[in-house]
Design a protein around this ligand. Sequence first.
Ligand SMILES: Cc1ncc(COP(=O)(O)O)c(C=O)c1O
Length: 345
Amino acid sequence: VEEEGLSVLEATGAEDGESLIASDPSIGCVLVGWHFGPHAERDPHTAAGLIERTRAHNGSLPIFILTDRTQLQAIPLDVIRVVTGYVWKLEDTADFIAGRVANAVKAYLRSIMPPFFGELVRFAEDYEYSWHTPGHSGGTAFLKSPTGIAFHEFYGETMLRSDLSVSVPQLGSLMEHSGVVGEAERAAAKVFGADATYFVTNGTSSANKMVLHGCVTPGDVVLVDRNCHKSLQHALTMTGAIPVYLIPSRNHYGIIGPIHSSEFQPETIQAKLADNPLVEGNGDVGAALAVVTNSTYDGLCYDVQTTTELLGQSVDRVHFDEAWFGYAAFGPMYEGRYGMHRGPR
Ligand SMILES: Cc1ncc(COP(=O)(O)O)c(C=O)c1O
């Protein structure tokens, strides 16, 4: 196996093996020796226990049982169901077994690659010259000065060779949402529970501006968290919107936010609109959008369903700016507290 360019970690027993697998995500294949008695399979420290828990931990990691045909009958059906295959110790040559393991590792690595990153890695492996932006030409421009070399060494050649323009056709189109970019956007939508996902290359400042450009026209009222990010102030200026501020609380520890639910009540919002000298009439025009920073800068997060229901009585669109809370969907304790939560929206 080592001659195939892979490294081998040997476990001293099932328990040690399990700790290795749980602590090292770079493991690409598991070979388990099956030499326990027929009644030992329920013991947590047997091969069966190891296989069961490894499979629960990782649904696609290749697992082979090292055995011979005489022992096959001793392997319980629920173990047979979850393993990838067998290595017949006494029948196959070492070369064949190593080739089979290397192939399983390769197929596993291919299967876990997400669409865009997988294609980027394949593209980098083709050693193509870069004829487009960015102008450092795969990092070679940095190799012409001592400072450039320090920069090149710091980031490494792979990062600079894969710093590519949108004009690389193999990597799909961000404008048309096609190719691997399109596939990756659809995969991201599925993972985050969105109807659609569009990648933005300039961070949340640009994303906020896109949201406002998409749903606000000059003179529209936007209900906005008074402690919002400055990109929203920029977006309000760019779109010519009229901000009507939702005022967050501040306690005696200096902690800012959240905005209390009283600020979201339709009567409060109506009064704010009526009082605002920039809003025409008595505020009956309503607001085009509401923007809430979630979580707040001090880490407080909203009950999103209640907040949306309350704001929904005054406005049709609610934008939760979750610039650095984007992974809340993956922490069960945050359920119901992020814009794309699993409850009714
Ligand atoms: C709430 C909030 N929105 C937007 C942004 C802007 O994000 P970016 O730096 O990715 O443009 C930040 C950045 O800190 C933020 O905290």
